[in-house]
Design a protein. Structure first.
Length: 444
């Protein structure tokens, strides 16, 4: 299947459907696969096209940071000849689209859902770009990364500096000649900084609090060791941080060129300029918190802690694994820089890699906590027949990745079929539905 091909497209929505799935990415396709196997009538509503996020919101050299063998969507495990490798962006697109083509899901592409509210007669009413649709049950498979975050002071930067979010970054040639400031060192920021660095661009990097982890240790990919240890199966309730783990930043590492560590200290030795957290703009100078040393040390400590866990596992299980020296820092800042004068710095572009925020404003069902996060247990919300899927740490560390979606989707599919078989009324009670409708009308 080529990149221009997508999942089957259907036109014309029914007036009613037992189950509506919002989102046609890997999470939406996974629940659809389970529903197809069970003969449950449903539709999948996709605002753009299947796999469009992988096409439209990833840079040219993007690749997975988890090995290919962890790609195991329901009924579609990785079947290539490089299980220890890391799929490139176009290979990921082909994997997802081929998956969709393999079981012919009822996907309606180009259909945006703009409002979801309780229906007075039970179930839910979806307002879409193709008309209204009533569904007994709804699965929100739209992820949790909706709106790119750019700080308010970005508008105060000089007009001559090009700014874009990591979502819009494609390659170094996209940016004007000159030096580049990358803000943030989550997975995207660290990898984009490396992409620019390898292209010969002078990079200034505002380092955040994201942890790092080694690509390989003692003869194996660290992901393989962690998988053996059950880390990807650990329920969020058993995580030491509890549900706070859901808003944590992932470790930075890369699968590029066969996979390797991302060592910001080595980048500094090679000429990259490192700073702490970017805090704002004072006149024509960028200001930074004096925490660069702390962030680098903490990232190293997290990596070292993971290796301690692996060492204990190897010793306890009597595994014959090669020994390996621990990482020794190759650079440390003489002092934490506190500002950068833009005038004369040579910086012509800024890439904001400080993440996304969720936007559930279109969901007019009272299932959210005080922070706007949908409250649920393993994707099951308090509103009968309303589910979420594909969120980070929905149930385990693997929930937001290819590795854990199958299990989460099967669990939700079980709940859907149980409600259907029992003939349980879904949606809210008439009184609650009326109250929710009234509240929604005031906030629409």
């Amino acid at each position: 299947m080529t990149l221009t091909e997508a999942a089957p497209t259907r036109t014309g929505l029914p007036a009613h459907v037992p189950v509506a799935v919002v989102g046609g990415g890997q999470a939406g396709l996974s629940i659809s696969w389970h529903l197809v196997q069970r003969g449950v009538e449903h539709v999948v509503l996709e605002r753009e096209t299947v796999a469009h996020e992988w096409v439209d919101a990833r840079w040219d050299t993007f690749c997975l940071v988890t090995p290919n063998w962890q790609c195991r969507l329901p009924g579609w495990p990785y079947a290539g000849d490089d299980p220890e490798g890391f799929m490139l962006r176009d290979e990921i697109v082909d994997y997802v689209r081929s998956y969709a083509a393999s079981f012919d899901p009822p996907v309606h592409e180009g259909v945006a859902v703009t409002r979801l509210a309780p229906a007075a007669e039970g179930g839910y009413l979806l307002t879409t770009s193709a008309g209204e649709l009533h569904a007994d049950q709804v699965v929100l498979a739209v992820g949790g990364y909706h709106l790119p975050v750019v700080p308010p002071y970005a508008s105060a930067l000089p007009d001559g500096i090009t700014q874009l979010h990591s979502q819009a970054y494609r390659n170094p040639e996209q940016l004007p000649e000159g030096e580049v400031l990358v803000v943030g060192t989550g997975q995207s920021g660290a990898q984009i900084a490396e992409d620019l660095h390898l292209a010969g661009r002078r990079v200034h990097l505002a380092v955040g609090s994201a942890p790092r982890i080694a690509r390989r240790y003692r003869g194996r990919d660290v992901v393989a060791w962690l998988d053996d240890l059950g880390h990807y199966d650990l329920p969020v309730e058993q995580h030491r941080d509890g549900e706070a783990a859901r808003v944590g930043t992932n470790h930075y590492v890369t699968g590029r060129d066969g996979g390797h560590d991302i060592d910001l200290r080595t980048f500094a030795v090679q000429g990259m300029r490192l700073y702490g957290t970017l805090t704002g703009l004072a006149g024509s100078a960028l200001t930074f918190a004096p925490n660069l040393t702390a962030h680098l040390d903490r990232a190293d400590a997290v990596d070292d802690g993971a290796k301690d866990v692996i060492d204990r596992h190897i010793a306890a299980a009597g595994i014959d694994a090669p020994t390996e020296d621990r990482y020794v820092p190759v650079w440390a800042p003489a002092e934490d820089p506190k500002e950068l004068e833009l005038e004369g710095s040579g910086i012509t572009a800024v890439v904001w890699a400080i993440g996304f925020r969720a936007d559930w404003s279109w969901v007019k069902v009272p299932v959210f906590d005080g922070t706007g996060y949908p409250t649920h247990h393993r994707g099951v919300t308090a509103a009968p027949g309303l589910f979420v899927l594909g969120l980070p740490w929905l149930h385990t560390w693997g929930s937001g990745r290819f590795a854990g979606i199958a299990r989460d989707a099967e669990f939700v599919a079980d709940r859907i079929t149980e409600l259907s078989a029992a003939g349980t009324r879904t949606g809210l009670s008439s009184a609650l539905a009326a109250g929710a409708a009234s509240s929604a009308s005031r906030t629409a």
